[in-house]
Design a protein around this ligand. Structure first.
Ligand code: ZN
Ligand code: ZN
Length: 138
């Protein structure tokens, strides 16, 4: 069972379900757009098209095409030049959520945090030992 919601695209009321996140009209439009993109991409000469080219050729918005890619309706494995933006820097990527650079950055930051934690753990230990020794009965 769905519940009444406002369509995020046209603001019209519709019954929202797990599979239906926009109203009937917008859903039909999205399906039509998907069909357009699909027809374009299935042609052999278009397989290597980049996202901007697809946007221009089909008139479908970049956002919507990205949505199809995220939904897995456009399989990136078939289209070597398509991708979606890295969540951090916006560079075009084809797998996971971040590009390699951003992933490395995060690793570096994590390492730094770990190192800092290791140092502060060691300091704590030294302090504890110091307390322990100073509290030892004479
Ligand atoms: Zn709508
Ligand atoms: Zn990035």
């Amino acid at each position: 069972m769905g519940e009444l919601a406002n369509c995020p695209k046209c603001n019209g009321l519709f019954v929202q379900t797990q599979f239906r996140t926009v109203c009937d009209n917008c859903f039909k439009e999205e399906e039509k757009a998907y069909e357009t993109v699909y027809q374009f991409l299935r042609k052999r000469e278009n397989r290597k098209a980049e996202l901007d080219v697809v946007v221009e050729a089909t008139g479908v918005s970049k956002e919507l095409i990205l949505k199809f890619i995220r939904q897995g309706r456009i399989m990136l494995s078939n289209f070597p030049n398509l991708g979606y933006p890295c969540e951090k820097c916006g560079k075009t990527i084809r797998e996971e959520r971040l590009c390699n650079d951003c992933k490395n950055d995060i690793h570096k930051q994590l390492n730094q945090i770990e190192q800092e934690k290791a140092i502060s753990d060691r300091n704590k230990e030294i302090n504890q030992n110091a307390t322990y020794y100073s509290q030892r009965p004479k």
